[in-house]
Ligand binder design. Sequence first.
Ligand code: AMP
Ligand code: MG
Length: 332
Amino acid sequence: LKLDPDTRQAALLFAASDYLEDASEKLAARFGAPVADLVGGLRRLKGLQLVTGKNESAQSVKAQAEVLRKMLLSMSEDIRVVLLRLASRTQTLRHLADQPGAERGTVARESLDIYAPLANRIGVWQLKWELEDLAFRILEPDTYRHIAKLLDERRVERGQFIDEAIAQLQDKLAEAGILAEVYGRPKHIYSIYSKMRAKRLEFSEVYDVRALRVLVSDVKGCYTVLGIVHHIWQPIPQEFDDYIVHPKGNNYQSLHTAVIGPGGRALEVQIRTHEMHRHAELGVAAHWRYKESVGQDAHYDDKIAWLRQLLSWRDEISDSSEWVRQFKRAAL
Ligand code: AMP
Ligand code: MG
């Protein structure tokens, strides 16, 4: 996650408190107050008992709301504590994935209900997908294996496929003199499962298992890129959507197409301007950021934007049980 030395030290040291007396003072003396503070924050967060899953009684919903409130509070104090918590939970799931036992189900459930949506909200995609796939593998091993088998390629191989498709497209875009940012991702197993279930699709109808995204500076460029994509790879009929001319309800704009990519495999390509992308990724927060951040470090701004978005969203919901429901739903 490219975090700073203090955070990495805290990640290695937080368990020491289980074995040391006066851990906080000792850690501060040896490693500095900032590290000791991070460890303290992480331990407070870890101490929160989360209540998730089937138990939706009024009392448990209330308890859960309280936990989430504390998490968000600690996030507004120091977002690194929450990143540490998410990393630690990912580590726990990696460990539990190979350790049969009844109680790991609870940890997995909690990860799907709380930690993955939280990772999604603050934009830590790298942890979100792994939390979801590990939890899903623990909770529904048969379905997980079934989809993994249908994928017929491992994650690394799908990553390589994406890299090759990016290189191929970038070549053609350069030839045409188009300045574009191109990236992609293999869809993770839990996301494939959720999509199949939500849209009642067969596996073969999920066209974004492998997908690219192209960002350009203006709308005209979007259609030029679309032409080039359809020239290199044969479009799959009925799979083109123009959300630039017909934006989605939430003002989402983009061109979506699916093509027969390299090696005869389906490939989704999304094409949009940088501005449309900012809106899609950061929503309302993107707009004040755009105005305020003249000449500032964009990466730092992005983090703050996420944090602000998260906190403003907490303020929007006054009833705590409603907030829990929103928390669960909003990020999925
Ligand atoms: P999903 O595949 O819908 O679970 O989305 C997972 C992540 O992949 C999110 O961060 C999306 O923004 C990103 N994503 C979705 N579609 C594409 C695409 N065509 N190219 C690149 N990234 C994408
Ligand atoms: Mg998709």
